[in-house]
Design a protein around this ligand. Structure first.
Ligand code: FMN
Length: 157
């Protein structure tokens, strides 16, 4: 299934990108079944469409998740303190969230409660379809990562 996410990690040398999510969310259950991701990105200013593919890994209680958690602001951390798991039905359109003041003050119990639901998804990209929209005629290339090297060739747009 398709989901919009914020690109939170990019390591060009390693060819790894990633996003953060609630560990209780259905998207993680989907990744358990099929640990693969396809990404679609469009940069309007550059007139560039990118379609990426690669293997996904989920990080919950490890260094990757700890380092990513360190970079999340108190406002971002608060979203992970929701009592109901994402997708659960609710009678209330606005679910209560933990106190921002307490999170900003570093309340350890509250921080632990939010951290418990935090996870990171990383994707090792192995295929890139690059399309540049150009009024004289579009340009398109396909790149494949073989070990640590990218191999690319022009293809018809
Ligand atoms: C602009 C935008 C950014 C989003 N960023 C994220 C994100 O970084 N991580 C995430 O888990 N969900 C993000 N979402 C919500 C997901 O698209 C998705 O609707 C939600 O996580 C439910 O997914 P599920 O199918 O796993 O229940 C974002 C939604 C929008 C509109």
């Amino acid at each position: 299934m398709v989901r919009t996410v914020v690109l939170r990690h990019l390591d060009a040398d390693e060819g790894v990108i990633g996003f953060n999510t609630d560990r209780r969310s259905p998207k993680l259950a989907d990744l358990e079944t099929t640990p693969e991701l396809a990404w679609h990105l469009y940069d309007r200013a550059r007139k560039l469409q990118l379609r990426l593919r690669g293997a996904a890994s989920v990080h919950i209680n490890d260094d990757v998740a700890d380092r990513a958690w360190d970079e999340v602001t108190p406002l971002g951390r608060r979203c992970y303190g929701q009592a109901l798991k994402p997708g659960a039905s609710s009678d209330d359109p606005q679910l209560p969230l933990p106190s921002l003041e307490d999170l900003e003050a570093g309340d350890p119990a509250l921080l632990a409660q939010c951290r418990e639901n935090f996870s990171v998804v990383r994707c090792r990209v192995t295929e890139i379809d690059w399309l540049y929209l150009e009024f004289r005629g579009h340009q398109r290339a396909r790149f494949t990562r073989v070990e640590s090297e990218w191999q690319g060739r022009w293809i018809a747009p």
